[in-house]
Design a protein around this ligand. Sequence first.
Ligand SMILES: Cc1cc2nc3c(=O)[nH]c(=O)nc-3n(C[C@H](O)[C@H](O)[C@H](O)COP(=O)(O)OP(=O)(O)OC[C@H]3O[C@@H](n4cnc5c(N)ncnc54)[C@H](O)[C@@H]3O)c2cc1C
Length: 430
Amino acid sequence: MTDVDVAVVGAGVAGLTAAYELGKAGREARVFEAADVVGGRMTTLREDGYLIDTCAEQMAERGYEETWRLLAELGVDPAAAPPIGRGIAMWRGRARPGVAQTRGLVTGAGLSLRARLDAARLLRGTFDIERPEHSRLGEATVAEFAAPHHPDLLDYLLQPVVSGFFGWDPARSAAAPLLALLTAVGPPPTWRAYRDGMDTFARALAAKTDVTTGFPVDEIVDDGSSARVRGGAWEISARAVVLAVPAPVAARLHPRHGSAFLRECSFTPVVKAHLLLDRPLGGPDYALVVPTAENGTVSTVIFDHLKHPGRAPEGRGLVTLMAHPAVVPELLEASDEAVASRLTGAAEPLVPGLGSATRRAIVRRVRHALPEATPRALASRSGFEAGLGRGVVDYAGDWVFLSPCSEAAVRSGVRAALRLAVRPAKERAR
Ligand SMILES: Cc1cc2nc3c(=O)[nH]c(=O)nc-3n(C[C@H](O)[C@H](O)[C@H](O)COP(=O)(O)OP(=O)(O)OC[C@H]3O[C@@H](n4cnc5c(N)ncnc54)[C@H](O)[C@@H]3O)c2cc1C
């Protein structure tokens, strides 16, 4: 007899989705989460009347089909995630509006005319978010993909977007997953943010699943027909396990899998400073991406209070600064005060008055922030996925599709649940 039917490790949206879908399919799933809260990279801090999204900042109207389907099933009104209704600007001496919008073709959004035409042409096409390797781009990196075109395409569009949102180095990450995402989600003003924080979805899923928080799992021991899940002094047995943690953590918890993809599936780290302001600054765009050529310390500025009025108390502001990937390794080791002062100082020319408006800074370091999607990981991805569903241990997470977005995490959870739900009854009765 095992203690649980399916043990899901990790209460991010991938693990919670897997557990919820397994429940619908008549299997008993129990989720074990290391942190004290659910949501993983979709959590929200509530401090002094500020709502601080610690990782994911937005979702989209388009391209998030499984998320919207589940929200409807869970009874979450679409109005809980209203459109942001504002765009993204590119910094080129000043903020240039219209990034990834048709109006950017006219305003320029920081691009020369030739580069605008290149961008419009290259961003067309069909890409599959679940099979990024099936595209005409092959395993080309973002930098290789951009190389034959006007240099602005890399320097004032692709580099700032991939470094600023995913922490990627364009010379290391593959272009195909990026284009699959960009073409799926549509223009920024249609993107949405949950009114009550980006953890809304995880909280709704957790309300329908059996989750134990504060339970860090140390090891999975798989004997081929069942598994033991070990954490601290605890040990439980399970018929099946879904490892819904970032790939490097999954590889550590269950080293026996030995898959090339798990070895290659690296993650980028991210360092951010959330600045609680005594007044709102910035606008009209809700985010500003900053090319390396313009600033080597801050890569993105998000004006969170412009995402939704409830993000900051009346008359106050909330701004998030993302560190440029080049300085992240040193900032991971620096004190909170040093990180906040370095990022705020570097952002002052982008947002005048930022230093004096800051009442408090909250620094966040995410070591496994986003799947890096290197060409080697892309080359081994489909083989890994094809092998899933045969053993006791299955996997879920955005990284399964090498896509740096929550919709990929949700889809991976749905697929993991489907694989387990269709297992032959004989095997399940073991
Ligand atoms: C800075 C940043 C910005 C982002 N912005 C966006 C955005 O705007 N839009 C978007 O769609 N996506 C965004 N993303 C990506 C999105 O957040 C992720 O794709 C998604 O949340 C991943 O969900 P997951 O369940 O796969 O993983 P996670 O959310 O990482 O969940 C894994 C869970 O496992 C837990 N865990 C880890 N180790 C153990 C262990 N040993 N035992 C038990 N539990 C463990 C973790 O605590 C965590 O809760 C962003 C990510 C980051 C980092």
